[in-house]
Design a protein around this ligand. Sequence first.
Ligand code: KIV
Length: 275
Amino acid sequence: MKNTVVTFKKAKADNMKQSMITAYDYSFAKIFDEAGVNAILVGDSVGMVCLGYEDTLPVTMEDMIHHTAAVARGAKNALVVADMPFMSYQTSVYDAVKNAGRLIKEGRAQCVKLEGGMEVIPQIKAIVDASIPVMAHLGLTPQSVNAFGGFKVQGKSSTAAQKLMDEARAVEAAGAFALVLECVPAKLAKKVSQNIGIPTIGIGAGNGCDGQVLVYQDMLGLFSDFTPKFAKKFADVGLMVRDAVGQYITEVSDGTFPSAEHEFKVDDDIVDTVK
Ligand code: KIV
């Protein structure tokens, strides 16, 4: 069944937790889609886990469109969410609508995600008015890494906790259909989830959220630069890849690969005609 923003919102009413995972290319999108994930996020985390940047700030609209289009071709049933990169929406409401439109038109996403609270309410309203669904993102918003002074848990003081609750209500009122809560204490994320009508999708925000999202490289052991505390490793695919490539190197060097089963055949008399 095709997941949409409507099925996503209904899932909260039906008390059904939604699973989201990142993907950045066709092959992985297809595997995750076939596994039955509800949503695939083409995150601007692409900058760190695929492009090797130290944060998400250098990611461009062209990067996001390129990767979103690849994912959209692989995702038949999952809702495709495209991240709006740094400075594609903060600059003006006009830029926000124009760039959200590009992710839908050129990237073929079904909705966009953007980071921030009160300061992006006009952008959320304008994008939603253009019939583009918006997933909001509060807590640790990685595009604000310089303002936060690092990747840190948010909402730990009562002022910060109240601000998070107020901003969650504000993004809902502005028309967001869902809200990512990143690196927020579990009890606070649960309280926010219980006090708004749209589904919350947690990452490092405990199991009181209405769904979860993980970066696939973190959950599959494919990114070793650092592992966030919240990222459970469901499999060590990185280890499997290293073993497999090691075996390939050995078989190439000792001549056992390729063997007859991986060769194309031709009649000897044809080869004999070649001078
Ligand atoms: O870019 C990303 O992958 C994200 C998730 C961490 C939610 O925004």
